[in-house]
Design a binder for this molecule. Structure first.
Ligand SMILES: [Cu+2]
Length: 215
């Protein structure tokens, strides 16, 4: 069965390894796989104070020994004043500016099953799922969050395939069912972009195989 499972792992990563130059997978390097980028999106108008503009930057690091992933995001948010009929007033931007800092250590799953979809579609990728250990509002534990924090977060990274493409381009943050954070950010995916990753193909390949072997 091991061979079949490894084949499944290879299939999950095929969009990357089929199209991009990959060093030999046998190299025992232990360098963390690191991704970073930006978040830019809007909350729905249905949350208190919404719609909010959301901007941020994030970093994702996969530990070479445990295979666990650390996700860190820092965000700024601000809203709009409302018109007489209670719609966002573009002449009153920048209302209630505030910040959030988010930290989640989670498990990596080497596929994007259950991740938010795009049009045009993205391909391949992986996801990290876990409970946040930090979710602040202006530095303190967020008023909508429990003590200690209990919101769960799915982070998905996907990208392109075929020639003239990049393997990792898009990121989503998606709060799990019943997470306190939904009351502020909304239940939809928060979208962002990948600016950089450290090209640790061999380590990425080892992680994906090791996760399959553990099953
Ligand atoms: Cu906020």
């Amino acid at each position: 069965m091991k061979e079949i499972r490894l084949t499944a792992a290879a299939a999950a990563l095929l969009p990357f390894f089929a199209w991009f130059a990959v060093p030999a997978a046998g190299a025992q390097n232990r360098i963390p796989v690191e991704f970073s980028g930006l978040l830019n999106d809007y909350s729905p108008s249905t949350v208190t104070g919404g719609p909010w503009e959301m901007h941020g930057q994030w970093k994702l690091s996969i530990d070479p020994w445990s295979g666990k992933a650390d996700f860190l995001a820092d965000m700024t948010m601000s809203g709009y004043g409302k018109t007489a009929d209670n719609t966002p007033d573009p002449t009153q931007p920048g209302q209630k500016p505030h910040t959030h800092h988010i930290h989640m250590t989670g498990d990596v799953t080497w596929n994007s099953t259950g991740c938010p979809t795009y049009s045009p579609a993205t391909f391949g990728g992986f996801q990290v799922n876990g409970t946040v250990s930090l979710l602040t509002g202006n530095g303190s534990n967020a008023t909508f969050e429990t003590t200690p924090p209990s919101s769960t977060l799915q982070v998905c990274i996907t990208g392109g395939e075929s020639t003239d493409s990049i393997p990792f381009s898009n990121i989503t943050m998606f709060w799990g069912n019943n997470s306190p954070a939904i009351s502020h950010f909304g239940p939809q995916a928060i979208h962002g972009v990948i600016r950089d990753w450290n090209q640790q193909w061999a380590t990425l390949w080892q992680f994906s195989q090791r996760s399959e072997e553990k099953r």
